[in-house]
Design a protein around this ligand. Structure first.
Ligand SMILES: NC(=O)c1ccc[n+]([C@@H]2O[C@H](COP(=O)([O-])OP(=O)(O)OC[C@H]3O[C@@H](n4cnc5c(N)ncnc54)[C@H](OP(=O)(O)O)[C@@H]3O)[C@@H](O)[C@H]2O)c1
Length: 211
C-alpha cells in the first residue's frame, strides 16, 4: 500500500520506518524537502522525501504527524488531498503547557481537519501512545490498544488494519466526535509520562473475558 507520511519527526519517522519495514511503499511529505535536515531524515529512514502534495498523490493512507491545531490544518491543506482520500490524524492540538487542548468551538483537531477538508475521510489514530511504543507496541507480552475513530467505516477499517499490522490492538470508538476523547487520552498519556514520573515506556492494554 502507498502511504504518505507528513512530517518526519518522532511520530512520522517512527511510523514511516515501521511501515516501510512491513513492505509498504512509504513516501515522506515534508514542508521543506530540499533542506539538509529533510534530506538527512530521509536518508536515515532510507525513504524518498518530497513536497506534501506530491507525497499524498495516490496514497491510500496519508498520515498527518505535524504539530496539532493550525499547523496541522495548514499541513493537511498543503497535501491537496482528493475527495475520498484517507487522512489518518496523529496530531494533538496541545496547549503550551502540554496539559490541555485547544478545541475551538468544542471541536477536536480531527473534527477541525474534517471541516477544513470536505470529502476527505479523516480518521483519528496513532495519537494516544508515545512514539517509542509505536516502534514496538508490545511490553511484557501485552499489546497496546490503539483507539481509532472516523465517520467513514471503510476508512476506519483500513486504518485499523494498518494499526493491527503495526502491532496494536485497534479499538474503534465510532464516529469522529469520539476523537475528542482520543485527544484527551493523549493529554492523560503525557501527564502520566511527564508529570507523574511514569516515563514514556508504558502502554495501555485491553483485557476482556467471559463474565
Ligand atoms: N511524540 C509523541 O510521542 C507523540 C505521540 C502521539 C502523538 N503525537 C502528536 O504527533 C504530532 C507530531 O509529534 P512529534 O513528536 O512527531 O513532533 P516532532 O518530532 O516535533 O515532529 C514534527 C514534524 O512536523 C513538522 N513541523 C513542525 N512545525 C510544522 C509546521 N508549522 N507546519 C508543518 N510541519 C511542521 C516538522 O518538520 P520540520 O523538520 O520542517 O520542522 C516535523 O517533521 C504532534 O501533533 C503530537 O502531539 C506525538
Amino acid at each position: 500500500m502507498k502511504i504518505a507520511v507528513i512530517g518526519a519527526g518522532h511520530v512520522g519517522g517512527t511510523l514511516a520506518r515501521r511501515w516501510s519495514a512491513l513492505g509498504h511503499e512509504v513516501v515522506l511529505g515534508l514542508r521543506d524537502p530540499a533542506s539538509a535536515k529533510s534530506q538527512a531524515q530521509a536518508a536515515e529512514l532510507g525513504l524518498a522525501a518530497t513536497d506534501r502534495a506530491a507525497a499524498a498523490q495516490g496514497a491510500e493512507i496519508v498520515l498527518l504527524a505535524t504539530p496539532g491545531g493550525v499547523p496541522a490544518i495548514d499541513a493537511a491543506r498543503a497535501c491537496e488531498l482528493k475527495p475520498g482520500q484517507i487522512l489518518a490524524d496523529a496530531t494533538n492540538p496541545l496547549n503550551a503547557n502540554l496539559d490541555g487542548l485547544e478545541h475551538p468551538g468544542g471541536l477536536s483537531g480531527a473534527q477541525q481537519l474534517a471541516r477544513a477538508l470536505p470529502g476527505v475521510r479523516v480518521v483519528k489514530a496513532f495519537n494516544t501512545v508515545g512514539f517509542g511504543i509505536m516502534a514496538q507496541p508490545v511490553r511484557e507480552g501485552r499489546r497496546s490498544v490503539l483507539f481509532v475513530s472516523g465517520d467513514d467505516q471503510p476508512a476506519v477499517e483500513a486504518v485499523s488494519k494498518l494499526a493491527a499490522e503495526t502491532g496494536f490492538v485497534p479499538v474503534p470508538l465510532g464516529g469522529l466526535p469520539a476523537s475528542r476523547m482520543q485527544e484527551e487520552h493523549a493529554v492523560l498519556w503525557i501527564h502520566l509520562a511527564v508529570k507523574t514520573g511514569l516515563g514514556v515506556d508504558f502502554l495501555f492494554s485491553l483485557c476482556r473475558g467471559a463474565a
